[in-house]
Design a protein around this ligand. Structure first.
Ligand SMILES: [Zn+2]
Length: 280
């Protein structure tokens, strides 16, 4: 059995796992508003859905390795969405300390390969996760990898590799939050949680880099009056299935590389510069 759920195991079962062959998968993200049509747990449900599908793919291909699923951690930094009820953002220092401590605890039991599976693309949130990973890796010779930056921020990816072909109709840059992608994913995986009003929502096109440059940090200040950025009305369950599969394949690829001790590019030079120049 290649997939194990930590919350369902005894300590002796977990102690029996081959540390070299085990990758710990930790899905995490904040409770955060996702427009009038998606639930607060959208990022968490998406990260968890991708992890579960990635684990299924891996189990088929490589039953000898062990993928230890940790329970999803509903913690993240999301100051931009704090003007909307239900968003529970924690400070970046808290997030970094919590993830650092959990990774160190795993290390103390000999587990040294950890994939942080995150579907919340707030740059401050991602920087905190990368800093936690870097600190633990430096001090404990572990391999903690943050998945979203390794998938999207290395500079080597192309839209065609990571997105179902032509699916976003040339609007990749303005499909940002509670958008066509996230709505499609939820229609595919949790249709009962999608409010039918998504079909009537007009597109909201926001260039987030320009908004941040103008000092706007809150979504409503940027023009997202209802909390979404993009075109949720274009969502389909089929696009969600393709999005899930693309994400799961990318996560499975990272997990496989961790098992085999292969190199992983965590982040490209451009995004490294962007994150370095974020305030705070
Ligand atoms: Zn989201």
């Amino acid at each position: 059995m290649a997939i194990r759920k930590a919350e369902e195991m005894t300590w002796t079962e977990m102690d029996g796992l081959d540390r070299e062959e085990t990758v710990c998968l930790l899905p995490l993200g904040p409770l955060e508003e996702h427009g009038p049509h998606l639930p607060l747990g959208t990022d968490l449900l998406t990260a968890e859905g991708m992890v579960e599908m990635a684990a299924e793919l891996l189990e088929k291909e490589d039953p000898a390795s062990i993928y230890l699923l940790l329970p999803r951690l509903w913690v993240g930094h999301s100051e931009g969405a704090m003007h909307f009820c239900g968003t529970l953002s924690v400070g970046t220092a808290t997030l970094k300390a919590l993830v650092t401590d959990l990774c160190i605890a795993l290390t103390r039991h000999g587990f040294r390969k950890v994939l942080l599976v995150n579907h919340h693309m707030d740059l401050f949130h991602i920087r905190a996760l990368l800093q936690a990973a870097e600190e633990v890796n430096r001090s404990y010779a572990t391999r903690v990898v943050e998945a979203s930056s390794a998938i999207f921020f290395t500079g080597k990816e192309t839209a065609g590799e990571r997105e179902p072909q032509g699916s976003l109709h040339g609007h990749e840059e303005t499909e940002i939050h509670a958008d066509v992608r996230e709505t499609s994913f939820m229609l595919h995986r949790h249709p009962q949680l999608v409010h039918p009003c998504y079909r009537e929502l007009p597109p909201v096109r926001i260039r987030i880099a320009e908004e941040l440059q103008q000092g706007h940090i809150y979504f409503d200040e940027m023009g997202a009056a209802e909390g979404y950025m993009g075109s949720p009305a274009q969502a389909t369950a089929a696009l969600g299935a393709a999005h899930l599969e693309a994400g799961a394949r990318a996560i499975a690829d990272l997990a496989r590389r961790l098992v085999r001790n292969e190199d992983i590019v965590q982040i490209g030079p451009h995004m490294e510069r962007v994150l370095r120049h974020l305030p705070g």
